[in-house]
Design a protein around this ligand. Structure first.
Ligand SMILES: Cc1cc2nc3c(=O)[nH]c(=O)nc-3n(C[C@H](O)[C@H](O)[C@H](O)COP(=O)(O)OP(=O)(O)OC[C@H]3O[C@@H](n4cnc5c(N)ncnc54)[C@H](O)[C@@H]3O)c2cc1C
Length: 474
């Protein structure tokens, strides 16, 4: 390794490599990259480097590797667990925002090859332009990027039908921590030649390399949608309805989203969304069926609803009568994070439990957080069809400010909620990743052998520990 380099010399080398316009150093320019989406994490970076292609990423990473300088890959910076914001080691933020080319679309093999910096919305649009569907869909899709969603194995609202991001990766291009390029960009649906190396980098949160490109699965476009909003009395009813909708619609069941009355109130009171049903009370389900053709889809939905009403599973419901109404329901669902920020300080879980355990998990978590602080507003929103419940302990701002030790309270809430998920056979990190905020949970819940293997893999690829140091495995 070369002798230690000064920050000024390193900046000069990076600028020489990428060009002055590609390197941000002014505090005002860095601000948006150094703070997370929910304004919970903020720390300085040496600079933001914005390479324009894979070769530049490789050259930059090779340079940082030679000088032993920490680096942090960043996509859309929409991480909800502090994954993409720096810590106090002043890393170079390697932003993929200029890697935004769609490379190829294959209508026969149903795949798209793209740079890692393409937003999910851009992928969806490119696929739709060719009569196909990129199925990963999440509230941050206008900002989050392909590389970031691969690095976190993002889930979202269509996992029930299309799986998580991992299920949709066919090939990857990754710059390894020493600057070499590992290329598995093969648009193949079958390939058993040796280890499936791409799997290592999916969900690794940038600790093993920087994803610069990917080949992703596409599906036939499914523009026909039948959608409804249902009010129910309890989470157990959501499971009854899940079985019923599966029996009626099979694989056409695409979204099955649950929220409680508090979550709906947060959105309605702090936004301009119309109320989907008359009463806010109880629990709310958003259900969507999609298909390649509209024919028969509404009938399918109505038949399921009729049976559900006959069985007394639903208190109240609305069927979207137009695309605008369906879009309004989605807009409401996608604005939960933003509206919760207006109510106070959220301690958000990313738990998943076996689907049948969702009602028990919610009931036990409600009791556990109520015992910690009487003013917590229990807010629940989740992809119930996947067992992935975001159980949110929401402190009104005044209550949060009055806490003698907010960090200790936050830790108690996190442990209480996550302990219950683990006891029920679940996880504390279903789709957002580990980032900074969940590292302690890794130590608490992962077994010694699991952590040992993860650390060994990391040491093998990044022996100097330069990539996303302190994250994931600590
Ligand atoms: C309003 C809102 C709604 C959301 N809804 C969902 C949801 O429904 N489901 C869900 O799963 N998530 C959701 N998220 C969380 C977030 O959008 C996802 O985790 C997303 O995958 C992050 O993508 P990003 O490009 O912003 O990555 P970033 O936030 O920039 O980075 C996330 C992590 O990946 C690493 N990383 C980023 N790019 C690369 C790369 N090219 N190579 C290697 N590592 C990289 C970073 O270092 C960091 O560790 C939501 C966030 C918001 C703000």
């Amino acid at each position: 390794m070369a002798p230690p380099i000064t920050a000024a010399d390193l900046l000069a080398e990076i600028t020489g490599l990428l060009g002055a316009g590609a390197v941000l150093t002014e505090a005002a320019d860095l601000a948006g990259y150094c703070q997370d989406a929910r304004h919970k994490f903020r720390a300085p970076a040496l600079c933001v480097a914005r390479p324009r292609d894979t070769a530049q990423v490789a050259a930059l990473v090779g340079l940082l590797h030679r000088h032993g300088w920490p680096m942090l890959p960043q996509g859309g910076n929409t991480s909800l667990c502090g994954g993409a914001t720096p810590d106090d080691r002043r890393p170079v933020i390697v932003s993929t925002q200029r890697l935004n080319r769609i490379r190829d679309i294959d209508p026969f093999g149903l795949s798209i090859a793209a740079d890692a910096g393409c937003t999910i919305a851009a992928l969806q649009e490119a696929a739709a332009g060719e009569g196909m569907l990129y199925p990963v869909s999440l509230g941050s899709e206008g900002s989050c990027q392909l590389g970031g969603t691969i690095a976190t194995n993002a889930g979202g609202t269509a996992v029930l039908r299309y799986g998580t991001t991992r299920a949709n990766v066919l090939g990857l291009e990754v710059v390894l921590p020493d600057g070499r390029i590992l290329n598995t960009m093969r648009a193949l649906h079958k390939d058993t030649a040796g280890y499936d190396l791409k799997q290592l980098f999916i969900g690794a949160e940038g600790t093993l390399g920087i994803v610069t490109g990917a080949v992703m699965r596409l599906y036939p476009a499914a523009p026909a949608s039948a959608m409804c909003w249902l009010r129910i009395d309890a989470p157990a009813r959501a499971l009854d309805l899940l079985r019923l909708f599966r029996a009626h619609a099979g694989r056409l069941l695409t979204a099955f989203e649950l929220m409680n009355a508090q979550q709906l109130a947060n959105v309605l009171d702090h936004g301009t969304h119309p109320a989907p049903v008359e009463s806010r009370e109880g629990w709310h389900l958003m259900v969507e069926l999609t298909d390649t053709r509209a024919q028969g889809l509404d009938d399918l939905l109505m038949a399921a609803l009729e049976e559900a009403f006959d069985q007394g599973l639903i208190l109240e419901g609305t069927v979207a009568q137009s695309l605008a109404q369906a879009e309004a329901m989605w807009a409401l669902r996608h604005s939960v994070t933003e509206s919760n920020m207006r109510v106070g300080v959220s301690i958000t879980s990313d738990t998943a439990v076996p689907v049948g355990q969702v009602p028990a998990f919610i009931a036990r978590a409600e009791a556990a957080v109520a015992a910690i602080h009487p003013e917590i507003l229990v807010t629940v929103v989740g992809h119930v069809g996947d067992g992935n419940i975001h159980f949110i302990a929401l402190f009104p701002t005044a209550a949060w400010q009055a806490l003698p030790d907010p960090a200790a309270t936050e830790a108690r809430v996190r442990e209480a909620v996550n302990d219950i998920a683990i006891e029920l056979g679940g996880t504390f990190s279903a789709e957002h990743g580990v980032g900074q905020s969940m590292v302690a949970m890794m130590r608490r819940y992962k077994s010694g052998p699991e952590l040992d293997v993860m650390r060994a893999l990391r040491a093998c690829l990044d022996p100097s520990g330069l990539m996303n140091r302190g994250r994931v495995t600590g």
